[in-house]
Design a protein. Structure first.
Length: 424
C-alpha cells in the first residue's frame, strides 16, 4: 500500500488530447460487430486533471476508450513518473467505456487491437497528463452532487441503479473556470453493434453540454455501471448487427444532455465556500483470483462452432488458459480533502452504493474502470448463483479463463473502504 499526504494550498491544471484512431481499424464493444470503423462521428479525447498542494500531487486521467489492460495503465503511470517525477501511485487512469471506440486490449472485447495505435495513444495520454502538471496554478475547489433517474437501467432485473451525479468544480483564484469533473453510472452503449462510426457516445455529449454552459474543460468519470445500461439486454451484443430502434446518435445526445443537466444542477449546490484541505493519494494492489477454466471437451465444442461468438476464445484457451489471477489497483485521491474513489474492472453498482453508505457520504465520487479493466467485478456474491452474461460469458470477451471468484468484489470493497476511511 502506498500513502502520500501533503500540505494545504491548492494548485490545479488541466489538459486535453485527441486520441481518435484512423478510420478502418477494429472497433471494440460487441462480439456481434466484426466490421471495421467507417467514419468519425465525434472525436475521442483524453482529459487529464492535476491537483496539488505543493507537496503531494494527484493526476486523474479519463480516456474515451472501452478498457485498458492493467499493465497498460501501470505503464502510463510509469512513463509519466519518468517524464515528470510524479509517483506512480498518484496517477489514476480511467476510461469512459464507450462501446464505439477502438480495440485496445489483449482480449479485444469484440475487436483486435492495433499495437501502433495503443503505443501512440499511451504517449498522447502521458503527454496530456504532463501538460496538466505544467499548467498547475492556484485554484479553488467546490463540490456538489446532482441526481438523475431514468437513464440507467439494471439489465440483470430489478430497479437498483445509482442516481448520483457527483461533481467537483475547479476554478482559478479569480473565478475563471478550469475543470468540471463529474460522474454517473451507465454503460455508454446507446449506439449498438450496427454502428460503425467512432464516437464517445453519451459521455461525449454530456461533456460538451457541461463545457458549453460553464466553460473550462469537462471531464467525465464512469461510475460503477457493471450491470447498468441504457435499456437493453446484455445478449444484444452477441446477436447480429441489425439496426435496433432507439439506438441512435439522437438518443445519445438526449441521454448526454440529461446527465449534463444533472451535473449543472449539482454545480448550483456547491455553494460559495471553497473546499479547503490537503491533497493526498493512497493506493493498494489487490489480487483477484479467477475460477477454473472450462474442461477441454467443452472448449472444443465452442471452438468448432464457427458461427458462435466464442470460437476464437475457445481456440486460444485450448492452447493456453492464461493466468490464475489478475492484479489490480484500488486508489483514493483527496483533492482539498474531498475524496475520489477509483475502482478497477467493471464494478457492479452495489460497490458504489455500499461505499457511500459505509462512509456516510452520499455525494462520494466512486469511479470504476480505473487502473485497468480486465473483466466484470460482480458484487455481492449472490449474483453468482443467478448466473447470466456477466458471470457466465463476459470473461471470454476479455480473454480470461473464467470469471473472477465470488470473493473478488469483497476484496476490492475492503481495500477501498480501508483507503477511504483513512484520515486525510
Amino acid at each position: 500500500m502506498a500513502v502520500n499526504r501533503g500540505g494545504a494550498s491548492l494548485l490545479a491544471g488541466v489538459a486535453v488530447a485527441d486520441i481518435t484512431p484512423p478510420v478502418g481499424g477494429s472497433l471494440a464493444g460487441y462480439a456481434a460487430r466484426v466490421s471495421a470503423s467507417t467514419g468519425v462521428h465525434d472525436r475521442l479525447l483524453t482529459s487529464a486533471v492535476a491537483v496539488s498542494d505543493g507537496t503531494t500531487t494527484s493526476v486523474v486521467i479519463s480516456a474515451d476508450l472501452i478498457a485498458l489492460d492493467p499493465d497498460t495503465t501501470r505503464r502510463i503511470a510509469r512513463d509519466l513518473r519518468e517524464r515528470t517525477g510524479i509517483p506512480e501511485e498518484g496517477v489514476a487512469v480511467a476510461v469512459t467505456h464507450t462501446h464505439a471506440g477502438p480495440a485496445v486490449t489483449r482480449g479485444g472485447i469484440g475487436g483486435v487491437a492495433d499495437p501502433r495505435y495503443v503505443e501512440d495513444t499511451c504517449s498522447r495520454i502521458v503527454g496530456a497528463a504532463a501538460a496538466a502538471l505544467d499548467a498547475l496554478a492556484p485554484a479553488v475547489l467546490r463540490r456538489g452532487c446532482g441526481s438523475l433517474h431514468g437513464v440507467a437501467h439494471n439489465r440483470r432485473g430489478g430497479t437498483l441503479t445509482d442516481p448520483a451525479v457527483p461533481v467537483v468544480r475547479l476554478e482559478r483564484a479569480d473565478g475563471e473556470p478550469l475543470a468540471t469533473v463529474f460522474s454517473h453510472a451507465c454503460h455508454p452503449v446507446t449506439l449498438g453493434p450496427d454502428n460503425l462510426r467512432l464516437t464517445a457516445d453519451w459521455p461525449g455529449y454530456a461533456r460538451r453540454h457541461v463545457a458549453a454552459a460553464l466553460g473550462g474543460v469537462a471531464v467525465f468519470l464512469q461510475g460503477c455501471c457493471g450491470q447498468l445500461n441504457t435499456g437493453h439486454t446484455a445478449l444484444d451484443s452477441l446477436r447480429g448487427a441489425e439496426t435496433r430502434p432507439g439506438r441512435t446518435f439522437e438518443a445519445a445526445q438526449r441521454i448526454g444532455t440529461l446527465v449534463g443537466e444533472a451535473a449543472l444542477a449539482a454545480v448550483l449546490t456547491t455553494g460559495t465556500e471553497a473546499v479547503a484541505g490537503p491533497v493526498s493519494v493512497s493506493a493498494t494492489r489487490v489480487e483477484l483470483p479467477l475460477g477454473d477454466p472450462l474442461a477441454p471437451d467443452e472448449l472444443r465444442a465452442l471452438a468448432v462452432d464457427r458461427d458462435g461468438p466464442w470460437a476464437g476464445w475457445a481456440v486460444a484457451q485450448l492452447a493456453d488458459p492464461g493466468p490464475e489471477s489478475v492484479e489490480v489497483q484500488v486508489a483514493v485521491h483527496r483533492w482539498g480533502g474531498v475524496p475520489l474513489v477509483f475502482l478497477p474492472c467493471e464494478p457492479f453498482v452495489e460497490l458504489a452504493l455500499e461505499l457511500r453508505a459505509a462512509l456516510g457520504d452520499p455525494g462520494l465520487l466512486v469511479a470504476g474502470y480505473t487502473g485497468g479493466v480486465p473483466g466484470y467485478l460482480p458484487y455481492p456474491e449472490t449474483h453468482y448463483a443467478a448466473g447470466g452474461y456477466e458471470i457466465d460469458e463476459a470473461h471470454r470477451a476479455y480473454g480470461l479463463r473464467a470469471a473472477f471468484t465470488p470473493d473478488a468484489g469483497r476484496r476490492v470493497l475492503a481495500a477501498a473502504g480501508t483507503l477511504a476511511g483513512e484520515a486525510p
